[in-house]
Structures are given as structure tokens and as C-alpha cells.
Design a protein around this ligand. Structure first.
Ligand code: AMP
Length: 421
């Protein structure tokens, strides 16, 4: 019997893992410069955290949760997104003092969706959440962080779509106007949308069915129904985005798939992703902390989909940032013993160094070096030990150089200044 990974779930390993590391490094540094702390929450939570937080009528809760009972009958779920868990942890550990209010996370999320390109059942998100800030500039600051991550990674062709979803005051009025419009159309919409009209009419605007999109072209827009406070907030966000010189497009159809958002909602979209075109999404959730049993503290955040970001960066063929690799080809036990010490020294100085002590043929050793993409092979046997000189082979140019045994480290140090290691 062949045991494979679960449908829709993937191993992440070489060669693309280096792109994951690069993204994580860039994101961490940008978050930490903005005074964010990493928060690692368990992937398993009480199911009620998500049913109450995300909203019972969303696709995530209705169809996509990995929910089950443990051996003691506790209702648990694998997290389908990061925000609810971070809010739970904030309430549990930090809300009382509010000494820590800005968090970021990196980790796997789980949704039982139909797998397709860019849509998986386990996928990684890098996200950030800010608590305790109402000011619209903070919305723009958070958007700017995602923008900065993309810019630093050299990602091209992502468009920021922005909308305001209103608040408790003005959304009921909008909902009423939207329902009037949708009720007229009901029979022309897809089966899912007919159900959405009853349960969550805003989600009709988000339907990917071409016919639904066409029929709802003339739907009323939320921003025509915003209350004065929401209008001012939306204007403040846009003003700050202009200050940051971040281009954006107001998209009245962008409603997001989670119920907790109010006021600012945004997505970063790419034309290179096919049907699953969002690489990141986020928004403001001023009532979520309270709804989950915490104090009345506003929040805003976003999450970037790592698989989608990796695939976009791969399309751009960014230059390889791999460090030089050195292989030690040692023949005979005395040379192997010398190689062991040399390997430790090179590694300590920051060079990626490896060897193979199994083979006793130079041909095999060089083949091994080639297969594992070494940039240099250090060839050492009894003759080299006696003469006190080692052969350094440049695997790309296939040229060879003789270097004294005690100068190997100095040779590579002069070849690669510290930052390249
Ligand atoms: P959401 O939590 O739905 O707002 O998603 C935030 C980001 O996570 C999206 O913009 C995607 O990049 C990514 N994402 C969401 N669902 C999936 C999935 N099933 N597979 C891969 N990436 C996903």
C-alpha cells in the first residue's frame, strides 16, 4: 500500500523551500520594524471560536471546516484562518494590559475546499493583526505593510482593491437596498446565490459565476449607503494610502468571505493567478474581540496566501539567492579525517559545506558534487596531504586551482565577502 499525503495537502520542500524562506525573512523583518510581535497559536481550537467568530452563514463554516470531536467529546476544529485564533489569544493573555497589541503569524490553515490550482485544503498564511486602533491611518498602515512585503520581494502586477463594508449603523440600510435589488433577480441567479439571498446577501456580489456577475452589475454599492462616520473613515484610509503613494482601486463588489469585517476591506489581486486571483486579503473587525468574549477593542489585519505568493514569484524568475556550496571530496581515511575538520571550520565561517564519506572513487565523489549542485569541490587524498596542497575545482567553469591546506578558509573568505555567505 502506498501512503501519500492527504488530498489537497502538500509537502513543502526543496527546491521551492528557499523561496518560502526568503518570503518569511522579508515579512518578519518588515513586521518587526513596525513593532509587531510574532504569536504562534495552536492549529487546533475549540470549534465555537470559528462558528461564532467567522459567521455561521459563511462558506468556511457551512462547508469547509475540519471539525470533529476528540476522545472526550470536545468539539474542536483545525483553524480555517488566523484572525480568530489571534483574537482568542489576545483576549486570553494580552487584552487586560494591552501591553502587546500588534501581532504577526505564519502557519498552516485548513479548509475543506475543492482543490484546484492555487486552492488547497492546507495552505499557509502570513498575517498581521493590530488591536486597539480606530484611526483610519492605521488601516492604511496595515495595508502598507502587505504592500511593502510585495515590493521588497519584487512582486509585480498586484493590484490593491479597496472597499468599505459599512458598520452596524449603515449596513442594515444597505442590506435592505441590496435585498430589494436581488429579489427581483432571484430566478436568474445560480442555486448558491439563491440561498445566499436568504442568508448572506452581500456574498452574492462575490459569486464567481459569470452569469451572476453579469446580472448583478447594477447592484447598489455599499459606499452610496455609508453613514457619515464610515464615509469619513473611508476617506481617511484613502488619504493615507495616497500619502504612502500606494495605488488602489475602489471595488464596490469586494465583500470578503468572512462576516466579521466592517468598514475597510481590501484584497491584493493578481491577473497571473487564474481563478484564485487573491494573494492577500484583510480588513477591519471592530466588534470581533467583543463578540468573542473580550473587551470592546477594535482590530484590523490581513493575511497573505503563501502558496500563491510563491507561485507568483516563480513566474517572475527572480534571481537565485542561494549561497555558494562547497563539497569536500576526500579519498582515504587520513584525508577524510582532515576533511571533517575543514568542513566544520567552513561551516562555522558561514559556508554551506557538505561531503560524502561513503564513496572511495573520485569519479563518484565529483558526480555526487555535481548532482547536489556544489559550486566548488575540494579534492584531497594522500598525495595532497603529503604535498600540503589541495585541489579546488570550480564546478561551473570546470577549472582547477591548487591552494595550500592551511589557506582553504582564507581562499573562500577572499572569494566571498561576508554578506554573500
Ligand atoms: P482569506 O482568509 O480567505 O481572506 O484568505 C487570505 C489569503 O489566503 C487569500 O488571499 C489567499 O491568498 C489565501 N488562501 C485562502 N484560501 C486558500 C486556499 N484554499 N488555498 C490556498 N490559498 C488560500
Amino acid at each position: 500500500m502506498k501512503i501519500t499525503s492527504v488530498k489537497g495537502m502538500h509537502d513543502v520542500g526543496p527546491p521551492e523551500i528557499s523561496s518560502w524562506h526568503r518570503i518569511e525573512k522579508v515579512a518578519r523583518s518588515i513586521f518587526e520594524n513596525a513593532h509587531f510581535y510574532e504569536l504562534r497559536t495552536p492549529p487546533l481550537e475549540e470549534e465555537i471560536l470559528f462558528t461564532r467568530g467567522i459567521g455561521n452563514t459563511t462558506d468556511i463554516i457551512e462547508k469547509e471546516m475540519y471539525a470533529f470531536e476528540d476522545r472526550k467529546g470536545r468539539k474542536l476544529a483545525l483553524r480555517p484562518e488566523g484572525t480568530a485564533s489571534i483574537v482568542r489569544s489576545f483576549i486570553e493573555h494580552y487584552a487586560a494590559t494591552q501591553q502587546y497589541e500588534r501581532f504577526y503569524y505564519i502557519g498552516p490553515m485548513f479548509r475543506y475546499e475543492r482543490p484546484q490550482k492555487g486552492r488547497y485544503r492546507q495552505f499557509y498564511q502570513i498575517g498581521a493583526e493590530v488591536f486597539g486602533a480606530k484611526h483610519p491611518f492605521v488601516d492604511a498602515e496595515v495595508i502598507a505593510l502587505a504592500h511593502e512585503i510585495f515590493k521588497t520581494l519584487g512582486l509585480k502586477k498586484v493590484a490593491l482593491h479597496l472597499n468599505s463594508l459599512g458598520c452596524k449603523v449603515c449596513r442594515p440600510d444597505y442590506r435592505k437596498a441590496l435585498l430589494e435589488f436581488l429579489n427581483e433577480l432571484q430566478s436568474k441567479l445560480c442555486e448558491d446565490c439563491q440561498k445566499r439571498i436568504l442568508k448572506n446577501p452581500l456574498r452574492v456580489l462575490d459569486c464567481k459565476n459569470a452569469s451572476c456577475t453579469q446580472h448583478t452589475q447594477g447592484a447598489p454599492a455599499m459606499f452610496e449607503h455609508l453613514c457619515k462616520d464610515c464615509v469619513d473613515h473611508f476617506e481617511g484610509v484613502q488619504q493615507a494610502l495616497r500619502k504612502f503613494s500606494i495605488p488602489y482601486e475602489v471595488n464596490p463588489r469586494m465583500v470578503r468571505g468572512l462576516d466579521y469585517y466592517e468598514r475597510t476591506a481590501f484584497e491584493f489581486l493578481s491577473g497571473d493567478l487564474g481563478a484564485q486571483n487573491a494573494v492577500a486579503g484583510g480588513g477591519r473587525y471592530d466588534d470581533l474581540v467583543k463578540d468573542l468574549g473580550g473587551p470592546s477593542v477594535p482590530g484590523i489585519g490581513f493575511a497573505i496566501g503563501l502558496e500563491r505568493l510563491v507561485s507568483l514569484l516563480a513566474l517572475q524568475e527572480s534571481p537565485s539567492s542561494e549561497r555558494p556550496k562547497i563539497f569536500l571530496a576526500a579519498l582515504g581515511s587520513a584525508a577524510q579525517s582532515w576533511a571533517l575538520t575543514c568542513m566544520a571550520q567552513l561551516r562555522k565561517t558561514g559556508f554551506v559545506t557538505f561531503s560524502n564519506f561513503e564513496s572511495h572513487s573520485l569519479k563518484h565523489l565529483l558526480k555526487h558534487a555535481d548532482k547536489h549542485k556544489a559550486d566548488y569541490a575540494l579534492i584531497i587524498g594522500d598525495n595532497e596531504l603529503q604535498s600540503g596542497k589541495i585541489q579546488i575545482k570550480d564546478m561551473k567553469s570546470q577549472t582547477q586551482k591548487e591552494v595550500p591546506l592551511d589557506s582553504v578558509l582564507a581562499y573562500f573568505e577572499s572569494l566571498f565577502p561576508h554578506k554573500e555567505r
